[in-house]
Design a protein around this ligand. Structure first.
Ligand code: B12
Ligand code: SF4
Ligand code: SF4
Length: 210
């Protein structure tokens, strides 16, 4: 969709939701939007939201840009942030057929790998023709599965995510590598590594998470 691309976003997945999939009533098609890399970060850092120094610049950028797209397309904009109850983005990602649960539970996406992060979604009233996803989970053929061992403290592993341990680690000196370049587990995935996300963008998210 060229209007998404013009906004430095990509359609990272789409599906025709069933009534029980948490979409607004009457949704015919749900489009999941993610940063278009590598141009997203330079474009975002030029935006008024990044420059005004107020809190949550990326969420405010997403609300403005995706809100405008929704207005132009007669769609409803939905966001992964904004407080509980959250829209079920993880489940929507699985429904798109372009993202899967990785061995560490984080989503792994066909082109973004473990770096997948959605900025929002568009709920359209009509049933758009969408390509049938052809990819299968890359984890099947990833022999070494580096995501399972990359976290130096084992906070992300086969048993899921130990959030307090991760937060404690990145608060100290030993966690500087995670803070400055992004989560080592997410970076270890060969698909993430090919994706083109800039380390500055990961550092921005890690500071927000911290
Ligand atoms: C709460 C939340 C967190 C919490 C708690 C997460 C936890 N305990 O696992 C905290 C703040 C810790 C967190 C951290 C991060 N999160 Co978060 N988070 C969310 C959020 C806002 C809500 C999740 C939720 O409750 N949904 C409602 C439930 C009912 O719906 P559902 O998501 O479909 O439910 C499924 C999942 O919960 C899943 N599930 C169950 N157990 C686990 C455990 C893990 C580890 C995961 C990933 C999923 C998962 O199973 C459910 C059924 O399918 C979602 C966005 C969203 N709206 O969903 C992002 C989301 C899951 N997070 C995301 C991201 C990017 C992150 C960070 C990487 C942010 C960052 N630093 O850049 C960090 C991780 C830190 C790191 N090591 O890098 C992405 C997904 C990334 C991925 N590849 O999987 C999402 C989808 C947001 C987005 N913008 O795309 N997050
Ligand atoms: S490192 Fe391999 S096993 Fe882990 S998420 Fe990436 S492709 Fe899947
Ligand atoms: S951010 Fe660092 S400590 Fe936290 S899960 Fe990732 S690699 Fe482990």
């Amino acid at each position: 969709m060229t209007s998404a691309n013009a906004a430095d976003l990509d359609i990272a997945g789409a599906f025709h939701p069933a009534p029980d999939q948490g979409c607004p009533a009457g949704t015919g098609t749900l489009l999941l939007l993610a940063p278009r890399e590598p141009q997203f970060w330079p474009a975002f850092t030029e935006s008024p939201e990044y420059r005004d120094g107020a809190p949550d610049p990326m969420d405010r950028w997403s609300a403005r840009v995706i809100g405008a797209l929704a207005h132009d397309l007669g769609a409803k904009a939905l966001f992964p942030f904004g407080g509980a109850p959250f829209h079920p983005f993880y489940s929507w990602a699985l429904a798109s057929g372009r993202a899967w649960a990785s061995p560490v539970r984080l989503l792994v996406h066909d082109t973004a790998g473990l770096f997948i992060s959605y900025r929002g979604a568009l709920a359209l009233p009509g049933r758009l023709k969408i390509p049938t996803p052809t990819a299968t989970t890359p984890c099947k053929t990833c022999v070494q599965k580096p995501c399972l061992t990359a976290c130096p403290i084992g906070a992300l592993g086969p048993d899921g995510y130990d959030v307090p341990s991760c937060r404690a680690h990145i608060a100290g000196n030993a966690g500087r590598e995670c803070i400055q370049g992004g989560c080592l587990t997410r970076r270890a995935c060969p698909i993430s590594a090919r994706h083109g996300r800039l380390p500055e963008q990961s550092a921005f998210h890690m500071r927000a998470f911290q």
